[in-house]
Design a protein around this ligand. Structure first.
Ligand SMILES: [Zn+2]
Length: 86
C-alpha cells in the first residue's frame, strides 16, 4: 500500500513506519516517545515516528511545549505494536 494514511490522528499506529509529519510519507528513521504531563499519567507514552528531515522539527515541537521527549533510532523491525493482528 502507498502512504495514503490519514494524518489526522496522532497515534502513529500504522503498520508501516512512516513519518508522522503531516503531508510527509517518507520512511521513518527516528522514534519519538513523549507524553503530555497535563493529560497523560506517568506511564502513558505517545509515539511519533519521523524521517531524518522532520525528526528535529517534531522533537522541537514537543520540547517547546515542555513535553518529556525521548528520541531513539528506529530499527527496521522495531514495530512491535499490532504484532499479532488478525
Ligand atoms: Zn518527514
Amino acid at each position: 500500500m502507498l502512504g495514503a494514511l490519514q494524518n489526522g490522528g496522532l497515534d502513529a499506529a500504522e503498520a508501516e513506519p512512516r513519518c508522522s509529519r503531516a503531508a510527509c510519507s517518507a520512511d521513518a528513521t527516528t522514534r519519538l516517545e513523549w507524553r503530555n504531563p497535563r493529560i497523560h499519567d506517568e506511564a502513558r507514552r505517545k509515539v511519533w515516528l519521523a524521517c531524518g528531515e522532520h525528526a528535529g522539527y517534531l522533537e522541537d515541537f514537543l520540547r517547546q511545549r515542555d513535553f518529556p521527549v525521548t528520541a531513539s533510532a528506529l530499527a527496521a523491525e522495531a514495530t512491535d505494536h499490532e504484532d499479532g493482528r488478525a
